[in-house]
Design a protein around this ligand. Structure first.
Ligand code: ADP
Ligand code: MG
Length: 354
């Protein structure tokens, strides 16, 4: 027998996956995933399209059965249970609202199916609508709402069931950028208020970093790294994570040997690099540096992005705040000779390309 976590009440993870695999015919969609999500966590599954995120979510919801491995919710084995026997609810990307029902009826619907008495149904639906800040919209139909408001109705419809875990599959994907950014902040605030565990799927790294307490980075059906946003961003465990969560900025091969004096693959984030036009200026003890030629200058208002081809080989992107410089100053630096410098503590060894 394999050893499992003891089932002490109160300490079981909200969601626990052990060696979960799922194949569809020849396709290996999920290729051995282990995951533990704590009670009340806002957890993001981040990865490119096709990396298996939705399949993991659907197995947790009970819409798919794992080919092998086990799933527990709150310490309870649910691997083969149907969706309605699990204490989870899903918010789908397309919201799946009933167009002919008003907002209140949409939110009440699930409770009606469960034969919750009318008065209680009404009370809970109004409470759920208040929690997503949609008071006063009860009699509107979905067609009379904005995208963001429809999103909130879908959320209220899930929250009204008071699930232990809420599963969200790219819930903000249909919104335009500005609304999406507003909803990111809003969703985080709602989660904090209701205290329910949120498990959230996205392919947008900024979204994951903004909202999640912890992030699992998916690649080809596996998890490459799990950690806080700061962990995965500042200390990517693999070259894939370095590239997917931000600009990869790798120093490797001969460049690593000549710049850092050791072999390996290292990552340093763009905003940690200082761009200096004085190649001979004195360097603090705790810094490393590399000279190169500016290949590209991208002025973006608040900051400028310099793409620098290193003399030692390879290229790094440096992000500089436009503290004093104007677009005229920085654009003149194209093709200039520069020196990039950074504190040694900001360079991280990572596993080689996977
Ligand atoms: P993601 O949500 O990360 O984009 P998915 O979990 O949807 O990824 O898909 C992972 C892989 O599994 C993809 O290659 C996809 O084509 C495949 N897949 C997902 N669902 C099915 C299915 N029902 N039948 C066959 N292949 C599927
Ligand atoms: Mg998906």
């Amino acid at each position: 027998m394999t050893q499992m976590n003891t089932e002490e009440p109160g300490v079981s993870a909200a969601v626990e996956l052990r060696a979960v695999r799922k194949t569809f015919g020849e396709v290996s969609a999920v290729d051995g995933v282990d995951l533990e999500i704590g009670d009340g966590e806002f957890f993001a599954m981040l990865g490119p399209s096709g990396s298996g995120k939705t399949t993991v979510l659907r197995m947790i919801a009970g819409f798919e059965t794992p080919t092998s491995g086990s799933i527990r919710l709150g310490g309870r084995e649910v691997t083969k249970l149907p969706p309605f026997e699990r204490d989870v609810n899903t918010v789908f990307q397309d919201y799946a609202l009933f167009p002919h029902m008003n907002v209140l009826a949409n939110v009440e619907y699930g409770l009606k199916v469960k034969k919750v008495p009318k008065a209680e149904r009404r009370e809970r639906a109004l409470e759920a609508l208040a929690s997503v800040r949609l008071e006063g919209f009860e009699t509107r139909r979905p067609g009379q709402l904005s995208g963001g408001q429809r999103q909130r109705v879908a959320l209220a419809r899930a929250l009204v069931n008071r699930p232990k875990v809420l599963l969200l599959d790219e819930p903000l994907g249909a919104l335009d950028l500005k609304l999406r950014e507003e909803m990111q902040v809003e969703l985080k605030a709602i989660q904090r208020e209701v205290g329910i565990t949120f498990l959230f799927v996205t392919h947008d790294q900024e979204e994951a970093l903004t909202m999640a307490d912890r992030v699992a980075v998916f690649n080809a059906g596996r998890i490459e790294q799990v950690g806080t946003p700061a962990d995965v961003y500042e200390q990517p465990a693999t070259a894939f994570v370095a590239g997917f969560v931000g600009t990869s900025n790798l120093i490797e091969g001969e460049a690593a040997q000549s710049i850092l004096g050791r072999p390996g693959v290292y990552s340093v984030r763009p905003e940690k690099l200082r761009v200096d036009t004085d190649l001979d200026a004195e360097l603090p003890e705790d810094e490393h540096s590399a000279t190169g030629t500016v290949a590209e200058v991208v002025y973006a208002g608040a900051a400028t992005r310099f793409v620098v081809d290193l003399d030692a080989g390879g290229r790094l992107v440096a992000l500089q705040q436009n503290l004093q410089s104007s677009s005229m100053d920085v654009l003149k630096l194209r093709e200039a000779r520069v020196r990039l410098a950074w504190r040694r503590e900001h360079e991280f060894a990572i596993a080689g390309p996977t």
